[in-house]
Design a protein around this ligand. Structure first.
Ligand SMILES: *Cc1c(COP(=O)(O)O)cnc(C)c1O
Length: 378
């Protein structure tokens, strides 16, 4: 059996090695390392894939979120609503810009923003809502957009974990996650569902004026060469990463299907178990399983993880500490008990290996040992 990893980027690379190698060598030979034709080509192919008017590549997913907030002209004191059950980057950039993060708890089933609590969090200072499509399924965008429109606030989708997921709004055909809000943000970090071989990210928008503004901000606030109209940043996707992403984009749907197959295998193996709650997918979205995250009931989670590690199976906790209880946000004066669903999730979730290269033998090994470990530590 192949060793089991949370993600197996090497096996995935070996299946497309010839094409990747020749495209990368071409970039090196061309010496158009920054803003070369590969960047433009990938951008266009991603626009077609997502059915979105503009894709603006940038340096990483965190920058994408930062630049989105800068492009919307958010100012210190403005409030931005997000959830406390996510990766730090989402809320980190809110703090970095001097904006005030306001949290809304998540749903117990989907782990995504509980939209029934959203409207109560909106104040006259609210300027944006940042729904995070956590672990690979979309938030309830229909409701989020309705509330955002009603109150005239922008929506920045954190789509770093859900590229390729599809969401239904009213009776429209399915639309790609990240393309419904004012701006969508994604990350091409290697382990993400569409990952490059280094850092990378992008913003999506259907708004021509925002597209122009974002392109200026990622390029030192420069709209005309050496005329800087505003303070920007230096954030770009390099040509080698764009070439790699352009190859991998052609495989994205097949990669998503492989993740969904693995998730289905896990779901079947754990169905109805009294100590295991399998992931719930909302009716309005597909799930691209960036993570396969279970809830354990009455199980000694840390001993189980230790035991699985000894058996050669990595099991991770995403995320062990709610953002409102992180030291970095102590100044917001939140307390334990403020977001009970998030806090309960932090205490009971575990994520199993999920990637495009898991085979039946590995899945069998993981599930049978996981079930045995649950018996041992419940
Ligand atoms: C990965 C991730 C980010 C940040 O992306 P980087 O490319 O690592 O900067 C932001 N938000 C979420 C939800 C993520 O998973």
């Amino acid at each position: 059996m192949k060793p089991i990893q949370m993600v197996d980027l090497k096996s995935q690379y070996h299946k497309i090695k010839d094409e990747i190698d020749s495209r990368v060598l071409n970039v090196i030979e061309s010496s158009a390392y920054i803003n070369g034709p590969e960047v433009k080509g990938f951008q266009q192919h991603l626009e077609e894939y997502l059915h979105v008017k503009h894709v603006i590549p940038c340096g990483n997913g965190t920058d994408a979120l930062l630049v989105a907030m800068m492009a919307l002209g958010l100012k210190p004191g403005d409030e931005v609503i997000s959830t406390p059950f996510t990766f730090i980057a989402t809320v980190e950039v809110i703090g970095l810009l001097g904006l005030t993060p306001v949290f809304v708890d998540v749903e117990e089933g989907t782990f995504n923003m509980d939209v029934s609590q959203l409207e109560a969090a909106i104040t006259p200072k609210t300027k944006a809502i940042v729904p995070v499509h956590l672990f690979g399924q979309c938030c309830n965008m229909q409701e989020i957009l309705r509330i955002a429109n009603k109150h005239g606030v922008a929506v920045i989708e954190d789509n770093c974990q859900a590229i390729g997921a599809e969401v239904m709004i009213d009776n429209y055909p399915l639309q790609k996650s990240g393309t419904l809000g004012t701006i969508g943000c994604t990350s091409f970090f290697p382990s993400k569902n569409l990952g490059c071989y280094g850092d990378g990210g992008a913003l999506f928008t259907n708004d021509d004026a925002l597209d122009e503004k974002i392109r200026g901000i990622v390029n030192h606030g420069m709209f005309t060469r050496y005329y800087h109209d505003m303070i920007g940043v230096n954030s770009r996707l390099d040509s080698i990463q764009a070439a790699i992403l352009d190859v991998k984009l052609k495989h994205l749907d097949e990669y998503i299907a492989a993740r969904q197959q693995a998730a289905l295998y896990y779901n079947k193996a754990f169905e109805g178990h009294p100590n295991i709650v399998t992931p719930v997918t909302a009716s309005y979205t597909t799930h691209v399983y960036h993570q396969y995250t279970l809830k354990l009931k009455n199980v000694d989670r840390y001993r189980l993880i230790e035991h699985m590690k000894e058996l050669g199976v990595p099991v991770m906790i995403y995320y062990p500490v709610a953002l409102h209880l992180q030291k970095a946000f102590a100044h917001l004066n939140y307390h334990k008990g403020d977001f009970p669903v998030t806090e309960a999730l932090c205490d009971c979730v575990v994520s199993l290996p999920i990637h495009t290269e898991l085979d039946e033998e590995q899945l069998q090994y993981i599930t049978s040992n996981f079930l045995k470990s649950v018996e041992l530590y419940r």
